[in-house]
Design a protein around this ligand. Structure first.
Ligand SMILES: CC(C)(COP(=O)(O)OP(=O)(O)OC[C@H]1O[C@@H](n2cnc3c(N)ncnc32)[C@H](O)[C@@H]1OP(=O)(O)O)[C@@H](O)C(=O)NCCC(=O)NCCS
Length: 117
């Protein structure tokens, strides 16, 4: 369960240090995915998190959300991204690879996290 502090932090979207995007299904337009970044202590770095509803996974929702999110992040001066995940999270690792420049594959850093720029 989320603490009151966690909830307040998640709702504190200022579209600069913290952005959140929601994907909706076609009508009846239910929310099916959410992605957010929160800037870290380094101005040019952010933590990214994403979740797509089970029935909508592997249909391109995750990559669409992260492309839109990282475009916004870059316009806010963010150049480096970190995403924490379980070590065996194949889908999240594939997403990080897709978002990294081809000549700069994402790096794996503890506690299992992928980083890319
Ligand atoms: C990780 C997650 C967001 C991916 O979302 P998604 O909408 O399924 O991803 P996409 O359909 O956009 O897939 C993008 C690429 O990821 C890879 N991928 C996605 N799901 C995969 C799976 N189950 N196995 C292997 N690769 C997978 C594929 O390479 C895919 O590209 P392709 O369709 O061209 O082959 C989703 O699985 C999820 O919500 N997981 C639970 C939460 C989570 O782990 N979040 C990440 C840590 S914050």
């Amino acid at each position: 369960m989320l603490s009151a502090r966690d909830v307040s932090r998640l709702l504190d979207v200022d579209h600069w240090h913290h952005e959140a995007l929601i994907a909706y299904s076609p009508p009846p337009r239910a929310p099916i995915g959410i992605a957010r970044y929160i800037r870290l202590d380094d101005f040019d770095a952010a933590e990214v998190a994403i979740e797509v509803a089970d029935g909508w996974q592997h249909q391109g929702v995750g990559i669409a959300l992260l492309v839109a999110l990282t475009e916004r992040a870059r316009s806010a001066g963010i150049r480096r991204f970190h995403m924490s995940m379980l070590r065996d999270n194949v889908a999240a690792r594939a997403l990080a690879r897709k978002l990294s420049p081809p000549n700069e594959p994402p790096t794996l850093s503890p506690p299992p996290a992928m980083s890319w720029s």
